[in-house]
Design a binder for this molecule. Structure first.
Ligand code: MN
Length: 324
């Protein structure tokens, strides 16, 4: 990877999505539901994507699959589909190794196979970690013990797991969102539901004892930490009220989590994340193509940080965390 030039810092973005045609074919409606109008861009791993990166000044994307059927299908099909999709993603990285790296998709419905697929993609294909979306089989959060082989392997390989939103639990959607969805279809996803779902996953992971078991486990969360940096003190204090089992919630969050700016280009939110986590744990990302590249790059010009700190966000932190 080339060094930054004097005129423009090198820019790495790491929550940048794509979609694999064979995975889409097994996703409801061929992925035409939520991904709809974005399908042409999601499925492109060449000129369209690179053209938009060049136009905005993004040098490097770490690619990850959009939320898909892989975590929802039975174990046998899920294993094969993930393996094939990861192989095709590796081919795409191989065609443009100076522009792309990859996070693996994992067949989480078979956690042992998911751990093995993580190791195969990292050790043999040069992947930088894996992305896990929402819940598996529609309802299982990934702090459950059965999923711990994945984290054990991630720690062993010293790669991060990126915890990404998925569609909300149907019971949650029914109780909290559905009556407003007609007018506000993104309420249950990017506008609010994703945040609640993913923040809940983070809280559950910390409560589960996962980080006691794997003290060097690294987790990435998008959207400037899904609200947790803003709430971490209240969560910590409240969990430790008399009658609760003591837990070092804030310390665990600060020591194991990195956050990206994906889809959340807000300076007040950045300042909060910065004050809680420090500059070394905040990484630039866009969330392309759900979010456009240019607003993210424009915003980065305006953040009230030193050139050195901006460069950490744009590339230095990612280079260290992902060993690029
Ligand atoms: Mn995303």
């Amino acid at each position: 990877m080339p060094a930054a030039t004097a005129t423009k810092p090198y820019v790495i973005a790491l929550e940048e999505h794509y979609a694999d045609p064979a995975v889409l074919a097994r996703t409801e409606g061929g992925g035409r539901g939520r991904m709809g109008a974005l399908l042409d861009r999601l499925t492109d791993l060449g000129d369209v994507r690179l053209g938009e990166m060049d136009a905005a000044g993004i040098d490097f994307q770490v690619l990850s699959h959009a939320p898909s059927a892989i975590q929802q299908l039975d174990a046998t099909e899920s294993r094969q589909l993930a393996r094939d999709a990861n192989d095709r993603l590796h081919d795409a990285v191989d065609r443009n190794p100076e522009r792309f790296a990859a996070f693996a998709a994992l067949p989480t419905t078979d956690p042992q196979a998911a751990a093995d697929e993580l190791e195969r993609t990292v050790s043999q294909l040069g992947f930088k970690g894996a992305m896990i979306h929402g819940r598996s089989r529609g309802e299982e959060f990934h702090d459950l013990r059965k999923f711990w082989p994945i984290y054990e392997r991630a720690q062993h390989l010293d790669v991060p797991i990126y915890i990404h939103p998925g569609p909300p639990h149907p019971a949650m959607a029914a109780a909290y969102y559905n009556d407003y969805l007609q007018d506000h279809p993104f309420l249950s996803s990017a506008a609010w539901g994703f945040t609640i779902d993913t923040a809940t996953q983070v809280v559950r992971m910390i409560l589960s004892g996962l980080f006691d078991a794997y003290p060097r486990l690294k987790v990435i969360v998008g959207h400037l930490g899904e609200g947790i940096p803003y709430l971490v003190d209240r969560i910590d204090v409240s969990l430790n009220r008399p009658g609760g089992k003591p837990i070092a919630f804030k310390s665990i969050f600060s020591n194991h989590f990195w956050v990206t700016t994906s889809g959340h280009f807000s300076t007040p939110a950045l300042m909060c994340a910065l004050m809680e986590l420090g500059i070394d744990r905040i990484l630039f990302s866009v969330d392309w193509p759900y979010v456009e590249n240019q607003p993210g790059m424009d915003w980065m010009q305006t953040i009230p940080l030193s050139a050195e700190d901006r460069e950490k966000m744009l590339n230095g932190n990612a280079r260290r965390l992902l060993k690029l």
